[in-house]
Design a protein around this ligand. Structure first.
Ligand SMILES: Nc1ncnc2c1ncn2[C@@H]1O[C@H](COP(=O)(O)OP(=O)(O)OP(=O)(O)O)[C@@H](O)[C@H]1O
Ligand SMILES: [Mg+2]
Length: 707
């Protein structure tokens, strides 16, 4: 039989459960040892893989080829464990662990497993969620969904069909802490706020004991247990056991055997509670910031008084200090009856798995009166059935999503927030950009800070496929999908879908920012370069230009100069016939240009058109600017072929050529040497034509970009 399961992939213990349609409730699937929970420990010894109890035994006996607590390192490219002769990432270890756990559960329960919902701490970021999905796939599972552990606990605990209530889930596991506040009404769950620390859990309480006895051993024998890896592994397990004992007894003894010495140290609950208060206090602060966030969103105070029920989840909530703290802060004890802190997360995940495949589940629960009985109300009533839809569960995101953007001072980069923390998942948020290029790059960040260095960079997205040479209006859409994983897509304002691909990059944030700064500087320099224009104004002064033609040519040239933006335009006036003669070079004062134009005379350089002015002058431009040649001629040139070849080369080099003809000019030749259309006009239109060319230079060549 193929079943779908919920998996609580815990830092220290994992559990697998499935929803039974027949029974209308969840069944926890036991492991080969008949236990609900399996230690999240893996041992790889000479290629032989062991997980769970067997691996924990190996860890206890000091086998260095064991790994534990790798969950909090999920998605961290800089972390690996060296086991059995090679490095393993947390994702690989989780994948191997899951594969073996599932195999064990399958064999022990005589079932075949198809799909799985895997739980993650609500505070897991994008990278950690994606790594968890990949680990599930590596284990051969069809990953139906990734769900937040506290939300999962609320699904399992809260859906009683009863009246409206605000539930606070305090989830302190082995390696992570999450606090989540949700509004539950009948079969509907709306998560209001979530906070956490994915590096805070029971292991930190273990470590406090470890540090204490380790120091005592060192001061007694001068031996550092850190130097003895096998003994250290063993001591870690002993400290966890002692911590668990301290939940029910006032004191216990931890023994250390190392380097031939034996140390026995008594640890007391009172001392332990004192030493770990700062850890507990951190959880109180995170609860308070949850309340603050809800207050801010509602614009009215929200606090302990608004909480109807506190639910404890996670093995570490067995420590009396947790219950004492809740009692002190809340004024009432937390709900503990009917809740199995170890399996409640897997139970909710199993319900979610069934919701994923069937969209609804029918649950048999104790009647609402029984719910009240949990808090000391009326007597239990007979069981009722509840129908829950997938859409009844609305989760939120634990991290704000932003993008790397230039600050308004244009000097520094910030995290410009697009989706605020505690926003609903599956809701799209958009940003619009006017963009002229062909590739828009968006760097997506996760975190609350304005300073991008305090955030996680989760991806570089390239948006391409926009039409060329256009100021496109691009809408970029950002979304946290139902797995809490970020999705980015883009379209044009008319709805045309653009391609948005996540680029594989190993660049760090500081490398990205350094590159963006470099690119920005280059673009500014390019704009500056492009804003300078050099123009060669070539006027035919062969014999045929005498009379009205040269007079009109001078008038048109002066109007041309007047219409130009002389702040950025530098002009050489060239008289040509059988040779070229510069009347001025790269001049930008109007009076000086006018006097150069006045000095343009027929027969300056011969009587005929033997000159090829483009060929002989186009290499005399500066390189770092826009370059334009404007030629006025009234006749055929002797060597059109050479000139055409030169014009082709000049244009290929980026030089823009305007050919203007009057009188007997060869229009077809002008067409061939010009960049756009060559033009032959009546003498009376010459001034207007030159003015048009000046306007065209300003708009097409971009000489006014700096203004
Ligand atoms: N009686 C107890 N007293 C104190 N701590 C306990 C007790 N029982 C279990 N724990 C601690 O609870 C933790 C395991 O809890 P749980 O199985 O809920 O965590 P997890 O799901 O593995 O971790 P996480 O949810 O952080 O990924 C361990 O640190 C374990 O030492
Ligand atoms: Mg857990």
């Amino acid at each position: 039989m193929k079943i779908n399961v919920g998996i609580d992939l815990g830092t220290t213990y994992s559990a697998v459960a499935t929803f039974s349609k027949e029974l209308g409730r969840v069944q926890v699937l036991k492991n080969g040892y008949g236990k609900d929970c399996t230690p999240s420990v893996i041992c790889i010894d000479h290629g032989n893989i062991m997980v769970g109890e067997d691996a924990k035994e190996e860890q206890k006996s000091g086998n260095v080829n064991t790994a534990a607590f790798y969950k909090s390192m999920m998605g961290d490219p800089n972390w690996s464990a060296y086991i059995d002769g090679r490095e393993y990432s947390a994702e690989e270890l989780s994948g191997l662990y899951l594969a073996h756990l599932i195999q064990d559960v399958k064999e022990s329960n005589h079932v075949d497993i198809d799909g799985a919902v895997i739980t993650v701490p609500a505070y897991f970021n994008d990278k950690q969620r994606e790594a968890t999905i990949r680990a599930g796939k590596k284990a051969g599972l069809k990953v139906l969904k990734i769900i937040n552990e506290p939300t999962s606990a609320i699904i399992a605990y809260g859906l009683t069909g009863g009246k409206e209530k605000n539930v606070l889930v305090y989830d302190l596991g082995g390696g992570t802490f999450d606090v989540t506040v949700a509004h539950v009404s009948g079969t509907r769950i709306d998560v209001l706020a979530t906070n956490g620390n994915h590096q805070l859990g029971g292991k930190d309480w273990d470590e406090t004991l470890l540090n204490q006895v380790k120091e005592q051993f060192y001061s007694e024998y001068g031996v550092s247990i850190e130097d003895h890896e096998e003994d250290l592994k063993e001591l870690q397990v002993k400290c966890e056991e002692a911590k668990k004992l301290l939940s029910s007894v006032a004191s216990t003894v931890i023994t250390i055997q190392c380097d031939g010495y034996l140390g026995k140290y008594t640890v007391t609950r009172e001392e332990f509670d004192d030493q770990t208060y700062s850890l507990l206090y951190e959880t109180i602060l995170l609860i308070k910031s949850c309340f603050d966030e809800i207050s801010e969103a509602r614009n009215r105070p929200f606090g302990w008084k608004d909480i109807d029920e506190v639910v404890l989840v996670g093995g570490s909530t067995r420590m009396p200090q947790v219950k004492d703290m809740i009692l002190k802060e809340y004024g009432r004890p937390p709900i503990t009856k009917d809740i199995n802190v170890d399996t409640i997360v897997a139970t909710g995940a199993a319900m979610q798995a069934e919701l994923c495949v069937s969209n609804t589940i029918t649950l048999t629960v104790a009647g609402p009166a029984a719910g009240a009985a949990k808090t000391g109300g009326a007597a239990p009533s007979s069981p009722i059935t509840l129908t829950i839809r997938n859409s009844d569960i609305q989760d939120i995101t634990a991290h704000s999503l932003g993008m790397l953007a230039l600050a308004s001072d244009e000097k520094s980069y910030i995290n410009s927030i697009i989706i605020r923390k505690n926003s609903k998942v599956n809701e799209t948020f958009s940003r619009e950009y006017t963009f002229a290029g062909q590739k828009l790059q968006v760097y997506v960040l996760q975190g609350e800070a304005r300073d991008p260095y305090e955030c996680d960079i989760i991806g570089a997205y390239s948006i391409t496929g926009m039409p060329k040479n256009n100021k496109n209006k691009i809408k970029v859409n950002f979304l946290y999908n139902s797995n809490g994983v970020v999705e980015v897509n883009a379209c044009l304002s008319d709805g045309t879908v653009l391609s948005a691909t996540r680029e594989k990059t190993n660049e760090t944030l500081s490398e990205i920012i350094a590159r963006l700064e470099r690119e920005k500087k280059e673009a500014e320099e390019e704009a500056k370069r492009r804003s300078k224009i050099e123009i060669m104004l070539m006027i035919d002064t062969s014999g045929s230009m005498s009379g009205d033609r040269i007079v009109e040519a001078r008038r048109a040239a002066k109007e041309f100069v007047k219409a130009l933006d002389l702040k950025h335009s530098f002009i050489s006036v060239i008289s040509f016939a059988d040779a070229s003669q510069y009347k001025c070079k790269w001049e930008n004062k109007e009076w000086s240009l006018n006097s150069a134009i006045d000095s343009v005379n027929v027969n300056d350089v011969g009587y005929c058109n033997a000159e090829t002015p483009i060929q002989n002058n186009y290499k005399k431009f500066s390189r770092d600017c826009s370059r334009v040649i404007v030629i006025l001629t009234d006749g055929y040139w002797d060597d059109q072929q050479t000139e055409e070849r030169a014009a082709t080369a000049a244009k290929a080099d980026g030089i823009i050529i305007y050919g203007i003809g009057i009188g007997d000019a060869d229009e077809a030749f002008l067409e061939r040497i010009s960049s756009g259309k060559g033009k032959k006009v009546d003498l009376s239109e010459l001034t207007a034509t030159f003015k048009e060319v000046a306007t065209s230079i300003a708009t097409e060549v971009g000489g006014n970009t700096l203004r």
